[in-house]
Design a protein around this ligand. Structure first.
Ligand code: SF4
Length: 328
C-alpha cells in the first residue's frame, strides 16, 4: 500500500470519478446543445483494461470510492464487464451516476457484476418539462429504471436534480414529496458554469438555502452528518423515509474538504472539476510506464491541487472542457 494522496492543504483524495465516455443519449439544456458535441474518437477512449489498471494504482494510493460517470456511462458497450473487473479489484465502494434511460434493462446485470449504489439524474417530475430540459420524452423510462435499480438491490438510490432559475425551482417540494414516497435521497445541485454553450449566469443559480427554505416550510428538515461528500444532507423531522441534500458549489463552496479527483474518458487526470490543467495518464499508459511512474505523476498533480474553484472570483476562468467531457 502506498502513502495516501494528500494535497498541500492537507486534504486526502480518496474519491475517484472515472468517466467512461463523453457521449450522451440526452441533450440537457444546461449541459450541451441539441445537436450534441464533437465526440472523442473511440481510439482516444481508455480501454476497460486501462481503466482497471489505473483504478488498481489509485486503490493502492488509498482511493476508497470509485464512481463511474460520463457523458452517459451506460452507453459504453459491455459496461457490466468493467464493473465486474473493478469489483474483482476490491473497490470498497463502487457506484455510478447515470441519466437512467438504459437502467431498466441493465440494473440487474450491474448489481450482479458488483455495482453497489447509483445516482440518477432527474431534473423534473413533470413529463413535458422533463422533455424540455433533456430534449428527450423519457421520464417514464427513467422512473422504470429507478424501480429496476431498487429491485436489483442497488442502494441507496440518490437522485441528482440540477435546479435552474426560471425552469424547475417550483418543483423542489414535489421532489421532497417524491423522496418521502420512495425512500430515495434527492439532491439539489446548483447550476454550475460548465455548460458547453456557456449560457450559465449567476442569476440562473438557485441558492441551496432557498431550496431548503421552500422544502422546510412544508416538510421540516433535520441535518444529517454527511462526511466529506459534497452534498449537505437532511432527513425529514417527522421520520418519513427518504431525504434531501443540496450541493451548493456556487453559493457555499465546499472545496475546503474536497476529497475528489477525476479521470476523463480520454485518460486525463484532473484534481478538480474546474481544473485548468490535466495530467495525461493515457500517454503514460500507452508509452509503457510502470505503476510507480503513474503513481508518481498522480501524486505530483495532487500535491499541486489548488484550494478550490474560483467561480466567485473576478479572475474565474472556465475550464476548456464542459461537464459532459469531465464527468460528474
Ligand atoms: S470545485 Fe474542485 S476543489 Fe472544489 S469541491 Fe469541486 S472538485 Fe473539489
Amino acid at each position: 500500500m502506498r502513502a495516501p494522496l494528500v494535497d498541500r492543504f492537507g486534504r486526502v483524495a480518496d474519491d475517484l470519478r472515472v468517466s467512461l465516455t463523453d457521449r450522451c443519449n440526452f441533450r440537457c439544456t444546461y449541459c450541451m446543445p441539441a445537436e450534441g458535441l464533437a465526440w472523442l474518437p473511440r481510439s482516444d477512449l481508455l480501454t476497460y483494461e486501462e481503466i482497471e489498471r489505473l483504478v488498481g494504482v489509485f486503490l493502492d494510493l488509498g482511493v476508497r470510492t470509485v464512481r463511474l460517470t460520463g457523458g452517459e456511462p451506460l452507453l459504453r458497450r459491455g459496461v457490466e464487464a468493467l464493473v465486474s473487473m473493478l469489483a474483482a479489484r476490491g473497490v470498497p465502494d463502487l457506484s455510478m451516476t447515470t441519466n437512467g434511460l438504459l437502467l431498466a434493462e441493465k440494473a440487474e446485470a450491474l448489481a450482479a457484476a458488483g455495482l453497489r449504489r447509483i445516482n440518477v439524474s432527474v431534473d423534473s417530475l413533470l413529463r413535458h418539462r422533463f422533455a424540455e430540459m433533456t430534449r428527450r420524452d423519457a421520464l417514464e423510462r427513467v422512473l422504470d429504471g429507478l424501480r429496476a435499480a431498487e429491485r436489483a438491490g442497488l442502494a441507496p438510490i440518490k437522485l441528482n436534480c440540477v435546479v435552474v432559475r426560471g425552469t424547475n425551482e417550483d418543483e423542489v417540494v414535489d421532489f421532497a414529496r417524491f423522496a418521502r414516497a420512495t425512500g430515495y435521497q434527492v439532491r439539489f445541485i446548483e447550476f454550475m458554469p460548465l455548460d458547453a454553450e456557456e449560457g450559465w449566469s449567476r442569476d440562473r443559480v438557485v441558492p441551496s438555502e432557498e431550496v431548503l427554505a421552500a422544502i422546510g416550510r412544508v416538510y421540516p428538515l433535520v441535518p444529517v452528518d454527511h462526511g466529506p461528500e459534497p452534498a449537505r444532507v437532511f432527513c425529514f423531522a417527522d421520520g418519513a423515509p427518504g431525504g434531501v441534500g443540496v450541493i451548493a458549489s456556487v453559493s457555499e463552496p465546499f472545496c475546503g474538504d474536497c476529497n475528489r479527483i477525476r479521470i476523463t474518458a480520454d485518460g486525463q487526470f484532473r484534481t478538480c472539476l474546474f481544473a485548468l490543467e490535466e495530467t495525461d495518464l493515457r500517454r503514460l499508459l500507452r508509452a509503457g510506464a510502470d505503476d510507480d511512474q503513474i503513481a508518481g505523476a498522480v501524486r505530483e498533480a495532487v500535491a499541486r491541487k489548488w484550494a478550490g474553484h474560483r467561480i466567485n472570483e473576478a479572475d474565474f476562468v472556465r475550464p476548456a472542457r464542459s461537464m459532459s467531457m469531465i464527468g460528474g
